[in-house]
Design a protein around this ligand. Sequence first.
Ligand code: SF4
Length: 262
Amino acid sequence: MRVTEADLEAANAKLARCSPEEMLAWIHAAFGERAAILTSMQRAGAVLCNMAERAGLDFDVLFVDTGVLHQETLEARDRLASTHGHLRVKTLSPDKSFEDQTRERGLLYLSKEGQEACCALRKSAPLHALAGRYDALVGALRQDEGGRRSAIRPLGLDPEMRALRVHPFASLGREALDAYVAAHPDVVVNRLHLMGFPTIGCFPCTTPVRPDEPERAGRWRHLEGVAYCGINPTDGEPVDGVELPERVIDALDGLRVLSPGR
Ligand code: SF4
């Protein structure tokens, strides 16, 4: 069945009244092993994983290793895998090493067009190789990140993955994240966050950020007009509609039952 953003409105209105923990519980109950958390091992993603772990919810956790990540990010991934026993951390990799890609196509990340190709090859393609495997991908995007993310709703559509995107932190503020991390010392905080990196990506395209700059100023600082890598459909143009399996429609219908009184 083809589903549009407008079709998600009722479900979104209902989920908008749920806490992140309630949303995670619904996703787990509704989709089971056909749901996964997608994280790049930044702070909000680590909080999401910690909430799932504390609730005893077993999820696959998908992590794309572009081959040019900081050692601290890989170390955070390993720490998550060894301390969050309910989560199954799965590392996805591009077809080619960064060296082979550069030998064949040059240093793509040095131009805007090249960056689009590089991010498509090294970030999006490894995830899209799993299209059809999952019905729901859970991420930690927030409206208060600004830009295109200011319009994020709890549910979105992913045409490439033929799946729902779920954003339990859509309306969560930065202060609430800070409070959660302060109260839960077992959250795996990427050490780069303590070194002046409010957001983290590949090392060639990420720099520290001054206190007077926006949070994402350190992403693709060398390229004017680049804000996102493209792995999250909500960062791109609005999605027309996506053909989703009946079981996903049933799960959305089930919201009526799973959230009595809301
Ligand atoms: Fe390539 Fe930079 Fe994108 Fe990483 S962030 S995939 S290095 S363009």
